[in-house]
Design a protein around this ligand. Structure first.
Ligand code: PHE
Length: 348
């Protein structure tokens, strides 16, 4: 872990070991140029603790880019709870209260919200200990689920990608493979189904995939056959790094556009996709719907329609990115990074 921290180009990593549950807690603070760090808290069982630290660091970096892209005054941070087993009941509540106290100890230097493996209800638990938590509103602790907002951004991004390649964003008859139908993938699949796309669903939980496919009139493919399935759009909506040097040569899609954070194993994968002629919608742009909705919905008198309008605007941001990439013959990730660099330097 010493080497990982020494090599990291972020600001700091807060580390706590939670003895009662044998959980390692990491809060990675990547870049606070634009404001205090804000980002979700993820809970997972990791094969080794180092993987959890790497996840926290890479996810925090993604948040820096996300905030800069959507023009919000927050810095990049992310929390990770590396648990032994997914806790339930009282055990879960106690764990999140202790994490809430850790967040509180930073006095606003980091604020959290839901991410993979954590729920709006967990945020309500955290809010018993700190106000530096998002997705919980008012005294009644009404929760806000960012998932459908993230899904809306991905839906708009898929249309932008189709339009860039085909000149039309009609989803009718287009095949979209949604990998992972959790809090984001499920609402995305529903929107795609309603737009008459042919939706193919994969999930580690085969029963969950089947039930959703039946609901929306879609199809399923087993989770281990996602790569290699022929489709127009591959939408990774689960864990990251599914797009890598091994999988890219096997992809049978024209577009990669989904909600997962860190879809690429490494930045060079963006060039590999580009070389294969697969259009990649940079993850931190297309999946910024939740990050857009959470702070806006906390403001006084938020209008959900305004928030949705802003998220639909990702279409225009991505279109600009795709056009800049075409013009400069670079990958869309490179074009998106340039925008972020301009923002962080204050040139934009
Ligand atoms: N975890 C989600 C994301 O990465 C939603 C979220 C955004 C949660 C910002 C907290 C803060 O975008």
């Amino acid at each position: 872990m010493r080497d990982l921290i020494a090599r990291w180009r972020g600001e700091s990593v807060v580390t706590a070991y939670d003895e009662p549950s044998d959980t390692w807690m990491f809060i990675a603070l990547h870049d606070t140029t634009l404001g205090p760090a804000m980002g979700g808290v993820r809970m997972r069982v990791y094969p080794v603790i180092e993987d959890a630290l790497i996840d926290a660091m890479r996810l925090a970096e993604g948040m820096t880019y996300k905030w800069a892209t959507i023009g919000f005054g927050f810095g990049g941070g992310k929390g990770v709870l590396a648990v032994r087993a997914i806790p339930t009941g009282d055990e879960r509540i106690r764990l999140f209260r202790r994490f809430g106290r850790l967040v509180e100890s930073l006095r606003g230097g980091y604020s959290c919200g839901p991410d993979l493996g954590t729920t709006p209800e967990d945020m309500a638990t955290i809010s018993l200990e700190t106000t530096h938590v998002h997705g919980v509103r008012g005294e009644g602790r009404e929760t806000v689920d960012p998932g459908p907002f993230t899904a809306l951004g991905v839906f708009s991004g898929i249309k932008a990608a189709l339009r860039h390649i085909d000149g039309s964003d009609a989803l009718d008859g287009k095949t979209v493979l949604v990998e992972g139908v959790g809090d984001v993938g499920a609402p995305l699949a529903r929107m795609l189904g309603a737009a008459n796309a042919r939706v193919v669903i994969a999930d580690l939980d085969a029963a969950r995939a089947q039930a959703l496919a039946e609901e929306i009139g879609g199809e399923t493919v087993s989770a281990d056959r996602v790569i290699g399935t022929v489709c127009d759009v591959y939408a990774p909506c689960a864990v990251g790094a599914t797009v890598n040097a091994t999988t890219i040569p096997l992809l049978q899609c024209r577009i990669v556009a989904g909600s997962a954070n860190n879809q690429l194993f490494e930045p060079a994968d963006a060039d590999r996709l580009h070389a294969r002629g697969v259009l990649y919608a940079p993850d931190y742009v297309i999946n910024a719907g939740g990050a857009t909705a959470l702070p806006l919905l906390e403001m006084e008198d938020p209008s959900e329609e305004d928030v949705r309008g802003r998220i639909r605007g990702f279409d225009a941001i991505l279109t600009e990115i795709f056009e800049e990439a075409s013009r400069d013959a670079c990958s869309p990730l490179e074009a998106a990074h340039r925008r972020v660099e301009r923002r962080l330097r204050g040139d934009d």
